[in-house]
Design a protein around this ligand. Structure first.
Ligand code: ADE
Length: 224
């Protein structure tokens, strides 16, 4: 998979890709991530990429011209499966959406900033608009990092134990069951006996049951 990200603040976006699972996925060449600074695509003075809203109102708007130049340059080099705009009024990200996007080859992600982008950018270039939740961030960068994290970990070979993403919370619309590691007893708190039994069919049954109980208690909406 290749991901291109267009942003006015690449420095805000880079560090999640320089540690842990995402770093390893890049090193293993399972994913390529490229950052494009929108300011490199403007010919205005002071690298201006934003301007006041027509009609008045608070907040600056990212202009169409530098975005057009950047997207057009990238599109001339490869075809994108999706051109995604990170925005609080997009479709809310969930595991199902992440699963689907993780199957794509080439993704282009545009991060909004200030009030957002000129509507014509959305009309002309964007194929998918994604929100990471019903709250407003100061820009799309942190949302883009979250989107990338959730899809990159689903690429086969990224997680060392491939079944591990399949047993994640939400993968079957259930929360994950409780998990334990050594010691088997800590300050009087014991690990459930069944997990030490070696009886794997019974353990599986226990986990399914616990997952269901936990979902019913914490997220009954997932069972509807
Ligand atoms: N940009 C600002 N708020 C956002 C959100 N909730 N999701 C994605 N991008 C955003």
């Amino acid at each position: 998979m290749r991901i291109d990200i267009i942003t006015v603040l690449p420095e805000l976006l880079k560090s999640p890709f320089e540690a842990s699972i995402l770093k390893r996925a890049i090193q293993k060449e399972l994913v390529e991530v490229h950052f494009h600074n929108l300011r490199d695509y403007t010919n205005k003075s002071y690298n201006q990429v934003d301007d006041y809203q027509f009609g008045g109102g608070a907040g600056m708007v990212l202009m169409i011209e530098p975005i057009d130049k950047c997207i057009s340059a990238l599109k001339s080099e490869r075809e994108y499966d999706e051109i995604i705009y990170m925005t609080p009024d997009g479709e809310t990200l969930n595991q199902q959406m992440a699963n689907k996007i993780s199957l794509q080859e080439n993704l282009l992600i545009l991060c909004g900033h200030y009030k957002g982008v000129d509507q014509r950018v959305r009309d002309m270039f964007i194929t998918k608009e994604i929100s990471i939740g019903d709250y407003v961030l100061s820009g799309g960068e942190l949302g883009a990092a979250i989107l990338c994290d959730t899809i990159i970990r689903l690429i086969p070979g990224v997680l060392s134990n491939e079944t591990s993403a399949l047993t994640d919370t939400f993968q079957d619309n259930l929360l994950a069951p409780p998990i334990y590691t050594r010691p088997a007893e800590y300050k009087g708190q014991k690990v459930p006996e069944i997990l030490l039994s070696g009886n794997f069919p019974k353990i599986e049954e226990w986990r399914e049951n616990e997952a269901y109980k936990r979902t019913e208690k914490l997220r009954p909406d997932l069972l509807e």
